[in-house]
Design a protein around this ligand. Structure first.
Ligand SMILES: Cc1cc2nc3c(=O)[nH]c(=O)nc-3n(C[C@H](O)[C@H](O)[C@H](O)COP(=O)(O)O)c2cc1C
Length: 212
């Protein structure tokens, strides 16, 4: 398996949300996924608790069921979002929406769906506890996504299936009361490996030195 020769900066700059360029026809080897997951395990966690769980779904029927849940959440979400947007914002977002619609339509065809979970639930918890939980899964998942990109795989952070987290837990046998799903990451080889930096606001609009 040839590794891409991206520098660390290039990797950080070009790890995009990949949707239309996911290769839906090429299977992903289990060993490659395990390499990415082992690298994800090196991420930090609050109190070094390491409460991660990664559910890797390749089964056709389970992917189809997750795709259904995702779309059940996507359609009302997209309708609400479109209604709330100004014309200007709609224009800038139209590429993202077209890409997101494509992913919604094809979710079940993506060869691998990874559901990162964390032990414990955040409902009713203080913001410190919530930050501890979310902050203990997000770095690991992003490491997984970076490691995937370094191996020619594309990923996209998605959260919409969580509207139906309970139903997804039933489909996958996840103990809902003890374990919280945090995302649904489609994983596939990319069609081409060249990706660009994304559009971002100037740094000084969001960096505050010493004082807000
Ligand atoms: C917390 C979070 C939730 C997201 N949820 C979704 C989602 O449900 N569906 C989707 O298609 N993209 C989702 N995205 C991807 C964003 O749309 C994407 O990161 C953004 O448009 C910027 O594009 P880039 O990642 O290529 O820079 C999510 C990203 C984050 C960080």
């Amino acid at each position: 398996m040839a590794m891409h020769t991206l520098t660390p900066d290039e990797l950080l700059e070009t790890t995009r949300s990949v949707r239309k360029r996911l290769d839906l026809t090429r299977p992903v080897e289990r060993e490659v996924l395990e390499e990415c997951l082992a690298l994800a395990q090196q991420a930090p966690t609050g109190s070094n608790i390491q409460g991660w769980h990664f559910l890797v779904v390749t089964d056709t029927a389970k992917r189809a069921a997750l795709g259904e849940l995702y779309r059940k959440s996507w359609y009302p979400y997209n309708a609400r979002r479109t209604a709330a947007q100004t014309t200007e914002r709609q224009a800038t977002q139209s590429r993202v929406v077209s890409s997101a619609q494509y992913l919604a339509d094809h979710m079940q065809e993506v060869p691998v769906l990874v559901i990162p979970c964390i032990a414990g639930r955040t409902e009713g918890k203080s913001s410190v506890e919530q930050a501890g939980a979310w902050g203990s899964i997000l770095p690991a998942v992003w490491s997984f996504m970076l490691a995937a990109r370094a191996r020619g795989l594309g990923t996209c952070w998605t959260t919409l299936h969580l509207t139906y987290e309970c139903e997804a837990a039933d489909i996958l046998g996840i103990p809902y009361a003890e374990v919280m799903q945090t995302a649904l990451i489609p994983v596939a080889y990319t069609l081409g490996t060249d990706f660009k930096a994304g559009p971002r606001a100037p740094l000084d609009t969001m960096v505050h030195w010493e004082l807000w």
